[in-house]
Design a protein around this ligand. Structure first.
Ligand code: T3D
Length: 265
C-alpha cells in the first residue's frame, strides 16, 4: 500500500514506521491514523517481520492530536466535535493494535512526544529516546485528560504521585529523567541514537518472538489479576511455549554451547 503521512519499510525482519508530518511535529490526523492502522495490519500479516520500530520524521516524535485539523475545530453555530468519538475511532484501535501485535515493539523517540504522542510511545514494549527528547502530558493545558492509555500507563510506570504531577502540571519531562523514573527503557546521546535503535531492533529481530509477546501479555494482565490467576496465566503460556520450536532450539543451543537460531515460531 502507498502511504502519504507515514513511511513504511521492512528490512531484515525489522518493520519501521516513521510518522511523517514533520511540519506539524507528526501530530495525528484521521488520515495518518488510517495509514498507521493499515501498516500495523500489514505487519500482523507479514510472517517475515519480527520487530516493529516506531519513530518520527524531523525534530519531533509526535505532538498528539493535530489541533488544527478541521475535525477537532469548533465552528460557530455547529455542534462541538465529539472527542470521545475520535478516541473510539482512532486512538483506542491504535493502542489495541499495538498491544495485540504478534511482534515486539520499540518506540524510538527522536524528539518531543506530547499528548497522545507520549501515550503512543508508552504503548510500545520498549521506549528508547534521544537525550534531547522529552515527554509532555500536554492534555491539561487544553482542558483534556491523558488519553490513548495515558492514565493506564503512567501510574503503572512511575507511581501515582509522579503520574499526577506530570498530568496536572504538564511540564516537559526530559528523556534522561524519564529513564531515571522508569517511564522509559533508556535515554541515549543523540549522536549514538540511530545506531542504538538499530542494534536493539536487530537483537529483537532474532529473538524468540512468541515468548516476547507472551511476556508483554502476562505483564500487562498482572495488575488486573490475583496472584493465583497470574500463576495460571503463566502456566498456560509456559505450556504453549514449552512445545514451541524456539524453546527446543533455545535449549539445544544452550546444551550445544552455541548461539541460538530462533525463527519466531
Ligand atoms: O480528538 C481529540 O482531540 C482527542 C484526542 C486528543 C489527544 C491529544 O493528543 S490532545 C494533546 C494535543 N497536543 C498538544 O496539545 C501539544 C501541542 N504542541 C505543543 O505543545 C508544542 O508544539 C510542543 C511542546 C509539542 C513542541 O513545542 P516546540 O516549541 O518545540 O514546537 P512548536 O513551535 O510549538 O511546534 C512546531 C510546529 O508544529 C508549529 O507549527 P508552525 O507554527 O511552525 O506552523 C506548531 O503549531 C505545530 N504543532 C505542534 N503540535 C501541534 C502542532 N500543530 C497542530 N497540532 C499539534 N498538536
Amino acid at each position: 500500500m502507498a502511504y502519504e503521512h507515514i513511511l513504511y519499510a521492512v528490512q531484515s525482519g525489522v518493520a519501521r514506521i516513521t510518522l511523517n508530518r514533520p511540519d506539524k511535529l507528526n501530530s495525528f490526523t484521521s488520515a495518518m491514523h488510517a495509514e498507521l492502522r493499515a501498516a500495523l495490519d500489514e505487519i500482523q500479516a507479514d510472517r517475515n517481520v519480527r520487530v516493529l520500530v516506531l519513530t518520527g520524521a524531523g525534530r519531533g516524535f509526535c505532538a498528539g492530536q493535530d489541533l488544527s485539523d478541521p475535525e477537532v475545530q469548533f465552528v460557530d453555530g455547529q455542534l462541538p466535535p465529539d472527542m470521545g468519538d475520535i478516541v473510539e475511532r482512532n486512538y483506542k484501535p491504535l493502542i489495541l493494535r499495538l498491544q495485540n501485535l504478534r511482534v515486539p515493539t520499540i518506540a524510538a523517540v527522536n524528539g518531543v512526544a506530547a499528548g497522545a504522542g507520549a501515550s503512543l510511545a508508552l504503548a510500545c514494549d520498549l521506549v528508547i529516546a534521544t537525550k534531547s527528547a522529552s515527554f509532555l502530558q500536554a492534555f491539561s493545558k487544553i482542558g483534556l485528560i491523558p488519553d490513548t492509555g495515558g492514565t493506564w500507563f503512567l501510574p503503572q510506570r512511575v507511581g501515582m504521585a509522579r503520574a499526577m504531577g506530570l498530568a496536572l502540571l504538564a511540564e516537559k519531562l526530559p528523556a534522561q529523567k524519564a529513564a531515571d523514573w522508569g517511564l522509559i527503557w533508556s535515554a541515549i546521546d543523540d549522536a549514538e541514537f540511530v545506531a542504538a535503535v538499530d542494534a536493539l531492533a536487530q537483537q529483537l529481530a532474532v529473538a524468540p518472538t512468541k515468548a516476547l509477546v507472551r511476556t508483554r501479555q502476562a505483564m500487562h494482565a498482572a495488575p488486573g489479576n490475583t496472584l493465583e490467576q497470574q500463576l495460571s496465566m503463566e502456566g498456560g503460556f509456559m505450556r504453549e511455549l514449552g512445545r514451541s520450536p524456539d524453546y527446543i532450539e533455545g535449549v539445544a543451543a544452550f546444551m550445544g554451547k552455541r548461539a541460538p537460531r530462533f525463527t519466531g515460531n
